[in-house]
Write a protein that binds this ligand. Sequence first.
Ligand code: XMP
Ligand code: MG
Length: 182
Amino acid sequence: MNDKNHSIDVLISEQELQEVVQKLAKEIYRDFNNQEIILVGVLDGSFAVLADLAKQLHKLGMDKIVIDFMGIDTYGSGTKSSKEPRITKDLKHDIKGKVVVIVEDIVDTGYSLSVLQAMLSARLPQKLATLSLLSKDERREIEVPVEYIGKHIPNVFVVGYGLDFDGKYYRELPYIGVVKFK
Ligand code: XMP
Ligand code: MG
């Protein structure tokens, strides 16, 4: 990116990310081995963790994995939102009676996730669990169940491995970095 007024410090290296995702995959395997599971990636940021997680689950021997995506526009965060959340991309699969694991990049206030969990539970899955690569615990405004958390991070703005800067850049970074403005 040209014309930089910022730099990026590595917070979680590529190597550490792989270890974190492996740990998450083992937890999913422990709980759902031999069952069909639908992994629901939340667009756009979850693509990196979802891809690596699915490959790790395959290596552990899970072979009934369905991958689906959901896009949801919650109009920012916080409880002040008065507008209805809007689905920008719906699931291809019917999740009624199925085991579903939501795959998120990061949980911040918890607002987006609480909306998504409510929408998906209304479709009556047999089980609905949530995995998030990262969690900013101190920012939480709404209690949301997140059964699988990769790593707890402080309240800093992070980019990379799916997470964007300014709605566009840095999703391709193989590590998680912290943006520092000059
Ligand atoms: P809430 O507050 O609803 O928000 O839990 C979760 C969503 O907010 C975005 N988010 C971030 N995106 N770096 C990002 O690139 C961050 O540090 C960050 N914190 C929150 C993200 O879209 C997430 O799904
Ligand atoms: Mg997101």
